[in-house]
Design a protein around this ligand. Structure first.
Ligand SMILES: [Zn+2]
Length: 362
């Protein structure tokens, strides 16, 4: 397959042709210079790396009703919240099926991965692993230990099956717990992440010490807080749709201007579908609504580039010959790729290149 139009990847947007073979980038170059002389299928559009959803809670895909209008704490926060009661009262097989359905939807939308905060201790992570078996969506499972004070044997057992730990928030955990968890993650070579300044403002020391690998939200962070986060080099996953349900937004404009590393996530599957395309469109529109515009390129990078860098796989965010990237093709006008990516993508404009030479594409 030959795509004529544009590339959007780690190097930004640019006009190009891309030849794709067996689902991988085989050749790229200036439009009109390919040597295929019409022998391969030709499509006009934009080629991009597959996105990664930077923050999900896929377990709460079990919810099938409009969630009650409660504060975020009462809805999904504390162990007594609506969400945790629902998880506790739902049979394991039903939860597994709900996660599988959510992952199937993500795969249909070309999403290559999700960085998931999985509750319910080690059994919760094992459930997620079972649900994700055979899925093309690579799930990074950040588990949460159940016992407080921290039971080091439980923590160790959890880290055996998880990719790290994702905590509810700094204010819900003692400093001692956070230090124990961060240290255990470090020595196991795994990630330590937590929600921060979501519903209320938290002091940066509470979430930057010990230094996390990822912060989520910062909807209530001040400019000074964001400067501190940038200076520590800690990436931030933002979830504009989930925040909007509670009447708040992350200050994406300041994040862009300060040069923070930002990942885009869809947060609780109970509140929003884990669609990164919907998240992009909402984020773009919401920043305009607030008069806090960001560039479409900043948002596209948060979905397509920053997560791959966070995963330690930066080459997956490059559209070039020999790259391990799984390229997606969008049948959209290639003149302004970042804008199209941020505002116009649905699965209907997506062409998934065949992964074997004899295969067919939709
Ligand atoms: Zn979350």
């Amino acid at each position: 397959m030959l795509v004529e139009g544009a590339i959007f990847d780690a190097d930004g947007p640019r006009p190009a042709y891309v030849r794709i073979r067996a689902g991988k980038v085989f050749e790229t170059g200036q439009v009109g210079t390919d040597g295929t002389r019409g022998r391969v299928r030709r499509v006009r559009g934009i080629v991009l790396p597959s996105p990664v959803n930077g923050h999900t809670h896929l377990g709460d895909a079990v919810s099938v009703r409009e969630p009650p209008r409660e504060s975020v704490d009462r809805l999904v926060g504390t162990p007594a919240s609506y969400k945790f009661r629902l998880l506790r009262d739902t049979p394991r097989t039903v939860k597994r099926r709900a996660i599988r359905v959510a992952l199937r939807g993500m795969a249909r939308e070309g999403i290559a991965g999700a960085i998931d905060f999985r509750e319910e201790g080690r059994p919760g992570v094992e459930l997620l692993r079972e649900a994700a078996r055979g899925s093309p969506v690579r799930v990074v499972a950040l588990g949460r230990p159940l016992a407080r004070p921290i039971d080091t044997a439980e923590l160790r057992a959890l880290l055996e099956v998880s990719d790290g730990i994702g905590l509810s928030s700094a204010r819900e955990e003692s400093e001692g717990s956070r230090r124990t968890i961060a240290r255990a993650c470090r020595s196991a070579g795994k990630r330590y992440a937590l929600h921060a300044s979501e519903a209320t403002h938290e002091r940066t020391e509470a979430y930057l010490e010990p230094r996390p690998d990822l912060l989520v939200h910062l909807a209530k962070a001040s400019r000074d807080d964001l400067v501190a986060v940038r200076d520590e080099g800690v990436p931030v996953a933002v979830c504009p749709r989930a925040n909007a349900l509670f009447g708040r937004q992350p200050d994406l404009r300041t994040m862009e201007r300060l040069g923070l590393t930002v990942l885009l996530g869809s947060d609780n599957a109970m509140l929003e579908r884990p669609s990164i395309w919907r998240e992009l469109e909402f984020a773009y529109t919401a920043t305009r609504l607030l008069g806090r515009d960001v560039s479409a390129e900043f948002l596209a990078r948060a979905a397509l580039v920053a997560p791959w860098e966070w995963l330690g796989r930066p080459r997956d965010a490059r559209i070039e010959a020999g790259s391990p990237a799984r390229p997606l093709v969008l049948r959209l006008p290639p003149e302004d790729p970042a804008y199209q990516i941020a505002t116009r993508v649905t699965e209907h404009v997506m062409v998934r290149p065949p992964t074997s030479l004899g295969g067919t594409s939709r």
